[in-house]
Design a protein around this ligand. Sequence first.
Ligand code: CO
Length: 177
Amino acid sequence: MAVLPIITVPAPILRKKTRRVTSIDKSIKKLVTDMRETLHAEPGRVGLAAPQVGVSLRITVICLPDEEDAEAKNKDIVLINGEIIRRKGQRLVNEGCLSIPGYIGEIYRAEAVTAKGLNINGKEIRIKGEGLLSQALEHEIDHLNGVLYVDRLENQESLRKLEPEEETKEKSPEDTI
Ligand code: CO
């Protein structure tokens, strides 16, 4: 297992549409293990998409913060070839991204989404989420399409730089998708 470095803007890989996983082989399983380890390497990280660790494949992992204790690591949501199949409602949220450190923006996300994809065993799964889970599913699946939350800003005033003290204090979940 290994904690992988997080790739940040303006790395071109963050703007590429990722490829689908055709076979969940040993190398994919190792990548998922490393992504989970990377997600848990710092408190407050909610989700991670493969391009953020330099791999252009449709793989995401999510772990909600209130489940972030030792045993919660077994409850990570691993989604392979994930896509959003339903969106409901709209709400204004604060959002940040591990690949855009030091910034936070206000954007619209759905109130609830349904995503589908494969789990680590190749079984088809559907995940229904609202609140932060819904936001994380949209954010991570955006990554797979080369989309970053800053693309969804209404205007540049909705983006702001975090103050140094905001960065050092325990991060809010919105900072770390
Ligand atoms: Co992100």
